[in-house]
Design a protein around this ligand. Structure first.
Ligand code: NDP
Ligand code: 8X3
Length: 248
């Protein structure tokens, strides 16, 4: 299979690239940091093709796809993994620029990638789109505001894809993880405050990038008649809290 993974320069995306290559597949590894992609490609060999791509840049998506070598054009699996959270402040104190960046990446970028690659899958009558959502898309928490809303979009967009894709042979899944450590997610969210980022995982045994990669691999390699619509996964140490009632 040829697997296009956005956000493969770190975290889940890099782990996914490794597991697909270890199992004999080819991966297109996409992200903005060329040096990271080159390093991963050097590790993975000929089965990996690095593509410098900013998912918020529509022209870049078009030109990257148009410029793919012939042998890499038939994309079997699209993993829309590129994404980020910025900040943990309440809505009334949050930066509108941060909100725009999250929407541009997690929503508009994911949609643009899907729209660019889906028609070929439908034409061929097969393909799998795996969108990386989050527990934040379903469970609100203080400071989650726009990040959670973008992941709610991912959930509903994926389910609506399922509605449109019935009978085409193309599958779609929302893979929604909870607390997952060992990636750059919290470093990005805390804007380089690595101490605050590390605190997020203190005293926990979080999910790992490999846990998510193994799940994505399982979804993509199931028999063609099975579609996993959505998966929410958490570390055992995470659960749901009570609704918040402010009493006078
Ligand atoms: P990382 O920060 O480690 O990786 C994010 C990846 O996204 C990087 O490779 C980054 O590459 C890429 N990326 C960000 N913006 C863009 C862009 N505009 N264009 C292309 N690539 C981009 O985070 P994770 O691996 O933890 O997160 C991956 C996904 O999983 C995200 O969608 C996140 O929201 C989601 N998630 C994470 C959880 C967690 O706890 N870690 C839990 C649930 C969901 P580059 O900077 O090189 O472009
Ligand atoms: C990342 C998980 O709980 O930080 O999507 O929102 S959480």
């Amino acid at each position: 299979m040829i697997v296009f993974i956005t956000g493969a320069s770190a975290g889940f995306g890099a782990a996914m690239a490794r597991i697909f290559v270890q199992n004999g597949h080819q991966v297109l590894i996409a992200g903005r940091r060329a040096d990271r992609l080159q390093a991963l490609a050097a590790e993975l060999g000929d089965a990996a093709l690095p593509v410098v791509l900013d998912v918020t840049d529509r022209a870049s998506i078009t030109s990257v796809l148009a410029g793919l070598p012939e042998a890499w054009r038939q994309i079997d699996v699209l993993i829309n993994n590129a994404g980020l959270a910025l900040g943990t402040t309440p809505a009334q104190e949050s930066s509108l620029e941060d909100w725009d960046t999250m929407i541009a990446t997690n929503v508009s970028g994911l949609v643009a990638m899907t729209r660019a690659i889906l028609p070929d899958m439908v034409k061929r009558g097969s393909g799998t789109v795996i969108n990386i959502g989050s527990v934040a898309g379903d469970t609100p928490y203080p400071g989650g505001n726009v990040y959670g809303a973008t992941k709610a979009f991912v959930e509903q967009f994926t389910l609506n894809l399922r509605a449109d894709l019935v009978g085409t042979g193309v599958r779609a899944t929302n893979l929604a993880p909870g607390l997952c450590g060992g990636t750059e997610f919290s470093n990005v969210r805390m804007k380089g405050n690595d101490e605050a980022a590390a605190k997020v995982y203190e005293g926990t045994t979080p999910l790992t990038a490999d846990d998510i990669a193994n799940t994505a691999y399982w979804i993509a390699t199931l028999p063609a008649h099975i579609n996993i619509n959505r998966i929410e996964m958490m570390p055992t140490c995470q659960g749901y809290g009570p609704l918040n009632i402010k009493r006078t």
